[in-house]
Design a protein around this ligand. Structure first.
Ligand code: ATP
Length: 286
């Protein structure tokens, strides 16, 4: 069974504060993009989960979220057969694009179908949160408001079709460090999330993009100025707006016209400011 695990961007990301359990309460506008990892799932007669990936530095055991997703369902349903997972990673790793969470979501969907478990999307999302706060959203896909630790989801209408240039600079930012270096009391510029929701409901792409903001960006970009350089380059080349996704360091720009997005992607590649550059589109659920 072949599956696509789609990446996400955060059109807006706000961190409200730290909770007694150490997690943070967030408020984010999530958007799936048509950039994906390829997965192939195959039942095997010998018990156990066998995972192979194209990237040597990704764990292939229980540290891999895709592996854990398979184990979660196979244990709950007492599945005796084994499972072979072939994972081709194209989504940059530790990038703020939820690649690992999306692999886990795809495996939940795939194992449910492959073994005929009969779980609904909601039931898969409930299990997903055990693996990570972003996993339920990755099962749901599309445009959504995420609250709580990211698991409380409200579906929003699809944003108008548009093109996305995604550039990941050659720096690594762990989500843990990003949260640790954020002082939620001293955030001065927060995104207007309610305003963005209104614009999404009206299908107003200009209103949506003019409200794009990520509270992690000022702190991370101070440490890695290349983030601001990439965002500025994309805006100079016609992006309606460009910001960092998640806890970074990936930057994305939104474009109305494909031609402009292509030119901006070419300029970003030429600048060598990003290690990987992808040209994609927002993914709209049917
Ligand atoms: P998020 O946007 O949710 O913060 P991310 O893009 O920062 O995600 P990922 O690429 O999902 O981060 O994962 C980063 C870490 O998780 C790496 O240290 C990697 O070894 C580990 N990991 C576990 N499973 C996977 C997977 N299936 N794909 C990629 N990384 C994985």
């Amino acid at each position: 069974m072949r599956l696509h695990a789609l990446a996400k961007i955060n059109l807006a990301l706000d961190v409200l504060g730290k909770r007694p359990d150490g997690y943070h309460d967030v408020r984010m506008i999530m958007q799936t993009i048509s950039m994906y990892d390829d997965l192939n799932l195959e039942i095997k007669k010998e018990p156990g989960i066998e995972l192979r990936t194209n990237l040597a530095y990704i764990p292939t055991d229980s540290r891999n979220l895709a592996w854990r997703a398979a184990e979660l369902l196979m244990q709950e349903f007492g599945i005796r057969d084994g499972l072979k997972i072939d994972l081709e990673k194209y989504i940059p790793v530790t990038a703020g694009l939820a690649g690992g969470s999306s692999d886990a979501a795809a495996v939940l969907v795939g194992v449910n179908r492959l073994f005929g478990l009969g779980l609904s999307t909601e039931e898969l999302m409930e299990r997903g949160v055990i693996l990570g706060a972003d996993v339920p959203y990755c099962v749901m896909r599309g445009t959504a408001l995420a609250e709580g630790i990211g698991e409380k989801l409200t579906r929003l209408p699809s944003v108008p079709g548009c093109h996305v240039v995604v550039g990941k600079p050659a720096v690594n930012v762990s989500t843990k460090t990003a949260y640790e270096s954020l002082n939620t009391d001293s955030i001065t510029a927060r995104p207007d999330i309610d305003g963005m929701i209104e614009c999404i409901q009206k299908g107003d792409l200009y209103g949506i993009t003019s409200r794009m903001k990520n509270v992690f960006e000022p702190g991370i970009a101070r440490k890695y100025p290349v983030i601001t350089e990439i965002a500025e380059l994309l805006c100079r080349h016609g992006a309606m707006n460009a910001i960092m996704s998640g806890s970074g360091p990936t930057v994305f720009g939104i474009f109305e016209k494909k031609g402009e997005a292509e030119k901006a992607a070419a300029a970003l590649r030429e600048s060598r400011k990003a290690r990987t550059v992808h040209l994609t589109r927002v993914f709209r659920v049917a």
